[in-house]
Write a protein that binds this ligand. Structure first.
Ligand code: ATP
Ligand code: MG
Length: 419
């Protein structure tokens, strides 16, 4: 691709995460290309090419399985604006709305976020071009914003999240000037469209360093701007229970990714929003709703509150709610129901979630152990284990009968799931 652009008379360099990760000896997640060709010119050169973005117009070129981003060199636009292309649009507090002023490669370097992200690999002479001191920072393990950090965070507050993400992922330190404003600028994230925050959250927690990222987000008081309800629960909790559940979930996520296994965002969100859900559930149960109605109302309230801050597409929120709802159904351990539950498409995720809860909660652990034992049995063993209470020695007697409507959906038998 680089060569196709060059052969058409354009300058083209590899830039961003690709160059950074290659220099660090890590496998790059994707490749970005910067060129002096205009988006329309790129479009004309590649068949599988789409132009995207308004705020930041670029070309996506399909390359086998992968999509390569091709961006035209940009200038900051404010200084020496050559009237070439549309001007940089800003809000009154400095946030950039559209950034489509084209410029030279050096201009392009200066408008990038961090020095280590502004290294160019030029295929014309196989040299690494460094206009902003990125090489030195790469060697020193430093995340440093280019230019004035406060101004750059105002231009695009998502850079705060990116700073944390790269620090966690690469194990780098934040340069003091880059670090200092973070704790007080979190509120700027309120201006970011919820859909962009959602995309960023996936990158934050599905990049393989979720637990470090979480700790840093909390440290810099950014987490609460993404998950306000969870943040309130975390601050209220005395005995570290939710933090332990969330921390375990994030460690788990990192482990699974390291083993090449997949992660479903619904599971991640189920963990991130579990504690607010539990609180709401208790609230609705106290209002005498039956178990099913209380679940629905609590899940709905949590989702509605969350989507005011970040979006949460239904393809993730629905399975997330199923994982929560099944926590109740997993408490039924006699009769045919537990055996039927094994065939439920969401059983595995719900069981994994129960295991997670068991890490921090004694009674959830007992229940999780029961399911682990059940899974290890053959058919006759499973039948034996799920015999009704009278003939099964292990299960305790039912304490309390739920009203009929609740029993129909979620018949609770011991051990009780909630602490
Ligand atoms: P990775 O792909 O590993 O997450 P990356 O550094 O490649 O990391 P991308 O989001 O792919 O990150 O962006 C590519 C490059 O575009 C960055 O390296 C940076 O130079 C520039 N860039 C991305 N987002 C911004 C931003 N918000 N402000 C300034 N420059 C940015
Ligand atoms: Mg990239």
């Amino acid at each position: 691709m680089l060569y196709r652009l060059r052969d058409a008379g354009h300058r083209a360099c590899l830039v961003g995460g690709g160059v950074r990760d290659l220099l660090l000896g890590r496998e790059p997640k994707d490749f970005d290309i910067a060129t002096d060709a205009r988006p329309e010119q790129v479009h004309a050169l590649f068949r599988n090419c789409r132009l995207i973005g308004r705020r930041f117009r670029l070309a996506h070129v399909q390359f086998g399985q992968e999509i390569v981003e091709v961006a035209t060199f940009r200038a900051c636009g404010d200084i020496g604006d050559e009237g070439d292309g549309p001007a940089v649009e800003r809000t009154k507090d400095g946030r950039i709305l559209s950034d489509n002023v084209y410029g030279s490669i050096e201009d392009d370097a200066w408008r990038r976020d961090f020095t280590i992200n502004a290294l160019y690999y030029d295929i014309a002479d196989f040299a690494v071009l460094d206009y902003v001191g990125g090489m030195a920072d790469l060697k020193a393990g430093l995340i440093r914003l280019i230019g004035d950090p406060v101004e750059r965070y105002h231009e695009d507050p998502v850079r705060m999240l990116r700073a944390v993400r790269f620090a966690a992922k690469l194990g780098f330190r934040l340069d003091p000037a880059t670090e200092a404003p973070l704790q007080r600028l979190g509120h700027l994230l309120e201006q970011i469209p919820p859909a962009r925050l959602f995309d960023e959250i996936l990158k934050l927690f599905m990049g393989g360093s979720a637990i470090q990222t979480f700790e840093l987000l909390r440290h810099y008081r950014l987490f609460g701007w993404l998950f306000p309800a969870t943040e309130r629960c975390l601050n209220r909790q005395q005995h570290h229970y939710p933090k332990t559940l969330l921390a375990h979930a994030l460690v788990n996520t990192d482990q699974r990714l390291a083993e090449g296994k997949s992660i479903h965002p619904a599971f991640l969100f189920a963990a991130l929003l579990w504690e607010p859900f539990r609180e709401r559930l208790q609230h609705f149960e106290a209002e005498n709703l039956d178990a099913h109605e209380a679940q629905q109302a609590a899940a709905e309230a949590v989702v509605q509150a969350q989507i005011r801050h970040t979006s949460l597409p239904r393809r993730y929120s629905l399975p997330m709610r199923e994982i929560w709802e099944m926590q109740q159904r997993l408490t039924c351990i006699t009769g045919k129901r537990p055996l039927r539950l094994l065939a439920h498409p969401r059983f595995r995720a719900a069981y994994d979630f129960l295991l997670l809860r068991g890490e921090a909660d004694e009674s959830a652990r007992e229940l999780a152990d029961w399911w682990t034992r059940l899974l290890a049995q053959d058919e006759s063993g499973r039948n034996r284990m799920t015999q009704p209470a009278t003939s099964a020695k292990k299960s305790k007697p039912r304490r309390r009968r739920k009203p009929r409507s609740a029993r129909k959906r979620a018949p609770a038998t011991s051990p009780a799931p909630e602490a």
